[in-house]
Design a protein around this ligand. Structure first.
Ligand code: NDP
Length: 292
């Protein structure tokens, strides 16, 4: 399902809970906390209306400051954050979620995710963590809830043990890791797929197939890859601190790839991750609370 937002050409994706998310957003992973307000301000000026942050990034406060200063109504910006790895136990998760809202300066977040399933931590129990996110949805402070880095077998457990279907599954996906099986699973269960590291942190941009499509379409390699995601129906939020690239990444709705080009880019799959494997990643990170 898709339609146009009033703010521009960025389509919206309808979620399984009746809400809608802009298909293109701005990601702030690895933007230093002290630079995040300025980068987010620039993104909002360009027209981005969806920001993807996380407790782990330590920069939720900068996102909140930029939105507050922008003059936009809070309802015009879709904000996602994620529960950090060290706070999965329900009481810790409740405290951490309070801190997320305080840092964002908002009484709600549009979408809240479990950042990683951590199958080797908490006795393998990510289900009670999911149950806690369900509380946040029920009390309205998380408008939508979902998961990140969950494999199909992790989601199977959530469905069997809680019956509540995540609105999204945010996973690493790009031309070298097309994730077609997991994306199909998501689709079959009404879950929208979000593709993180959509340009593989730049690693796919020198690929000859992508360069050829870019040359033929008069677009940059990054625009071609981002457009490929859009035509596959996934939600993306490329990160850049470079204003010209932030603008470039936003200008992907005035051209279309042919079915042949989409297929040629999909055929580049090598099942190659830039990030950790969710089945073995068990890193808890620094302890809560966050630094001031
Ligand atoms: P991206 O695939 O978005 O790539 C970001 C890198 O590419 C930066 O080094 C940036 O450089 C560069 N870049 C951006 N645009 C262009 C362009 N047009 N041309 C050339 N280079 C460009 O990687 P991320 O890992 O940041 O992923 C995007 C977002 O996904 C994150 O910010 C975060 O929100 C989310 N994410 C979620 C994860 C999860 O576990 N749920 C894990 C990782 C990411 P520069 O900034 O210097 O311009």
């Amino acid at each position: 399902m898709s339609d146009s937002t009033s703010g521009g050409q960025v389509p919206s994706i309808g979620l399984n809970d009746g809400r809608a998310i802009p298909q293109l957003g701005f990601g702030v992973f690895q933007i230093p906390p002290e630079d995040t307000a300025a980068a987010t301000t620039r993104a909002l000026e360009i027209g981005y209306r969806h920001i993807d942050t996380a407790e782990m990034y330590r920069n939720e406060r900068g996102v909140g400051e930029a939105i507050a200063r922008s003059g936009l109504d809070r309802s015009e910006v879709f904000v996602t954050s994620k529960l950090n790895n060290g706070v999965h136990r329900p009481d810790d998760a409740r405290r951490a979620f309070d801190d997320t809202l305080a840092a964002l300066g908002s009484d709600y977040v549009d979408l809240f995710l479990i950042h990683w399933p951590l199958p080797g931590q908490y006795d393998g129990d990510f289900v009670s963590t999911w149950q806690t996110l369900i509380e946040f949805a029920e009390d309205g402070r998380a408008r939508s809830i979902g998961v990140s880095n969950f494999q199909a077998h992790h989601i199977d457990r959530l469905l069997a043990e809680t019956g509540t279907v995540p609105a999204v599954n945010q996973i690493e996906a790009h031309p070298y890791l097309t994730q077609d099986d997991l994306r199909r699973y998501d689709r079959e269960h009404g879950i929208s797929t979000e593709a993180w590291s959509p340009i593989a942190q730049g690693k796919v941009l020198d690929d000859p197939v992508i360069a050829k499509v870019a040359a033929a379409s008069g677009k940059s390699p990054a625009q071609v890859v981002l457009r490929w995601h859009i035509q596959r129906g996934d939600i993306i939020f490329p990160k850049s601190v470079t204003p010209s690239r932030m603008q470039e990444n936003f200008e992907i709705f005035d051209f279309a790839l042919s079915d042949e080009d989409v297929a040629a880019i999909t055929a580049l799959n090598r099942n190659e991750r830039t990030g950790p494997d969710p089945d073995t990643f068990n890193w808890l990170g620094p302890p809560h609370p966050r630094p001031a």
